[in-house]
Design a protein around this ligand. Sequence first.
Ligand SMILES: N[C@@H](CCC(=O)N[C@@H](CS)C(=O)NCC(=O)O)C(=O)O
Length: 226
Amino acid sequence: MTYDLYIGDRTFSSWSLRGWLMLEKFGLPYRTHMIGLYSGTMADDLAPLAPARLVPTLKLPDGTVVGESIAVAETLAEQNPDAGLWPRDAAARATARWLCAEMASCFTALRGACPMQLQHVNTGFEVSEAVRTDLDRIETLWSHATKFKTDGPWLFGAYSLADVFYAPVCARIVGYDLPMSDAARTYCMTTVTDPAFKAWRAEGQKTVYDPFPYDMGLPTTEWPSA
Ligand SMILES: N[C@@H](CCC(=O)N[C@@H](CS)C(=O)NCC(=O)O)C(=O)O
């Protein structure tokens, strides 16, 4: 039984990162397939998976194709009930679902102003009022999650789909050096220094982009290694 995961460029594709973490972090068997997100071959590459049109797309072991990250997450959780994708506690699980759904449908200012890039840290990024509002809301949601927290450094203690959905948010906070509370920054650093995240980033760094797609014209420093 193996899942087939279709992803885009690791350095930039925030949704692909989520799709991959859903499998990798919970020890589920999978193969990855690259889709030409930045090379212009995306439509052709995805044609055999129609009507899928975005990454990530997942093909289940029985051949069923699933698009949309929330649908992929729920399908994996349903097919692997003992893998712990959602928190065990019912209240924590309901809250985790809320956080994931809000992530998938909101934070458009942050997502628009700070495209995910795992290459370097932009310094001196000017935070607009709209981005600040998104960051404040993220702080509020992360802080709410701590009410249900068990032991562990993740949003609900143990790693869950909530951490999967917020991993690219953490990457944006780190990659644009965005001002956050100490607790939020610590959580972001836990995320980007996690071995799975580091492995994803390292694989992405093997591809060199010239010109770099998201050059903000800002000074940059090295991506944190630990
Ligand atoms: N709502 C989708 C979003 C997926 C998405 O936007 N993926 C981007 C890559 S990060 C993509 O495929 N973009 C290609 C395009 O928009 O044509 C999900 O939850 O999976």
